[in-house]
Design a binder for this molecule. Structure first.
Ligand SMILES: Cc1cc2nc3c(=O)[nH]c(=O)nc-3n(C[C@H](O)[C@H](O)[C@H](O)COP(=O)(O)OP(=O)(O)OC[C@H]3O[C@@H](n4cnc5c(N)ncnc54)[C@H](O)[C@@H]3O)c2cc1C
Length: 435
């Protein structure tokens, strides 16, 4: 047993755990961070876009030495069918500012850097150490953790659970339920390596500029899901994720989805000649607001993916993880400064801070979106992308057919596929879920 007692133990060294451990240690608290991987980031998977303003609130000068890939100047939204892409694109030189807003990162490198900052701030970081369970007293108060090392019991005033989407430790202690299969997506991702000048000419960028492509449509074969393509310095991250409940129902394999995505006529030229060096699979919490578990109790708080903090509509996760990790640490610091105990009543401060932040306000805004997309996945991820593709083809093809007839054909196809009531109903449902 480690005899020392800590002010706080942080379980996990991903985005949320590192944000919490850094914030606690830099305010002078005695912090132990435990990570089951060989090092911080060794087990972590992300697309990965990193949102600068959330990291700036933790480490304002991070740009000086953080391993950043490209700063993003362009976002493309693709609606695909098997042969075509209908796209919306936003590109702006305003994103070529001194302090860019979003960067691509490679998590294994980025987390290692973040962890070095946690250590510099004074926390003890123990890698290759798995927390096996929370220790609770006779009244259920969390008083420390057990780890898979000899004699492994470690005591602390408060435990920050930053263990990621699986959340086994929280479940074992009865603090939360296992996420349901329709609340979690399984994503697969590949890294395609290419020389930087090839990436720059294929994506029409220069220097450290980068592009993001988010894609929905028949690539997910009617399942709730989407694909992504992100530019790094010398690689392209490409992946696709769908709800686990949809994979179970359709029996479609994620490997087949990613192969089809790569073979699409709009994608294949972007990655032609690349060398695939990494393949990863990971879960993403997608249940949104209604899936958020209890966030605090006597002696514990839960942050990041472990608390289902993920905005599936905007593809944001790491920023919610960093923010909730930071807010948990700030709440703990305030309680400690007052010399108050880490009781449930006092730790409710963390929930209040999250409620007041963009994290809860954004998730609340989209509270009905996960259920809507899941129950209408065939329409939103297959029927409409096919209809949009046909409408666009009809619109741009010049073949002597009068425009009036073209418009009638498009309208007929939409009405045949969904009916007038279905079309109006879908618009109303989508508009309601958006607000
Ligand atoms: C394919 C994919 C693409 C994504 N793309 C984006 C994106 O572009 N932008 C974005 O913002 N978000 C993205 N996300 C989401 C983002 O990755 C997560 O929201 C974020 O990583 C959550 O951070 P976290 O610290 O809560 O969890 P994690 O980063 O998963 O960290 C949890 C850590 O806890 C450790 N751990 C778990 N159990 C134990 C234990 N018992 N003992 C000790 N250590 C333990 C793990 O090893 C891990 O290091 C993506 C996710 C995936 C899967």
């Amino acid at each position: 047993m480690i005899e020392e007692r800590f002010d706080a133990i942080v379980i996990g060294a991903g985005m949320s755990g590192n944000a919490a451990a850094y914030t606690l240690a830099s305010r002078g608290l005695k912090v132990l961070q435990l990570e089951r991987g060989e090092y911080s980031g060794s087990k972590n998977v992300q697309g990965a876009i990193m949102y600068a303003s959330m990291l700036e609130k933790i480490i304002p000068d991070f740009r000086e030495d953080a391993p950043l890939e490209r700063h993003l100047i362009e976002q493309r939204f693709w609606m695909m069918n098997d042969r075509s892409v209908t796209a919306m694109q936003y590109r702006s030189d305003d994103f070529n500012e001194d302090k860019p807003n979003r960067y691509t990162i490679i998590r294994s490198q980025f987390d290692k850097w973040f962890s070095s900052k946690v250590k510099e701030a004074g926390a003890i970081v123990l890698a290759e150490t798995t927390v096996t369970e929370l220790m609770q007293d006779a009244y259920g108060k969390v008083i420390g953790v057990r780890v898979d090392r000899e004699g492994g019991k470690i005591m602390a005033d408060v435990v920050v659970i930053a263990e990621g989407v699986n959340g086994l430790i929280g479940q074992r202690a009865g603090l939360r339920d296992a996420p349901k299969p329709d609340q979690v997506a399984l994503a697969v991702k590949e890294m395609h390596f290419l020389p930087s000048d090839v990436i720059e000419s294929r994506f029409n960028i220069k220097g450290d500029e980068g592009v993001v492509i988010e894609a929905i449509g028949t690539l997910s074969q009617g399942m709730t899901g989407m694909g992504f393509i992100y530019t790094n310095k010398e690689s392209i991250s490409l992946g696709i994720g769908c709800l686990i409940s949809d994979f179970a129902k359709t029996r479609i394999s994620p490997a087949k989805l990613i192969e089809d995505f790569k073979a699409h006529p709009a994608v294949a030229p972007l990655i032609a000649g690349s060398e695939v060096k990494e393949y990863a699979a990971h879960m993403i919490p997608e249940g949104g607001y209604k899936a958020i578990p209890q966030l605090y109790g006597d002696g514990w708080v839960v942050v990041g993916d472990a608390a289902q903090f993920n905005n599936a509509v905007h593809r944001e996760g790491s920023n919610l993880a960093m923010t909730t990790g930071r807010l948990a640490a700030e709440a703990i610091f305030q309680i400690k400064s007052r010399r108050d105990p880490m009781t449930k009543e006092n730790l409710a401060l963390y929930k209040k801070m999250v409620d007041d932040s963009f994290v809860m306000r954004d998730l609340k805004k989209y509270k009905d979106m996960p259920a809507l997309l899941h129950t209408n996945s065939q329409n939103f991820f297959k029927t409409y992308p096919e209809l949009v593709a046909k409408a666009m083809e009809n619109f741009v093809r010049v073949d002597g057919t009068p425009k009036v007839e073209k418009e009638k054909a498009t309208f007929k196809a939409w009405r045949a596929a969904r009916g007038i009531r279905g079309l109006v109903g879908d618009v109303v449902k989508l508009a309601r879920a958006w607000n």
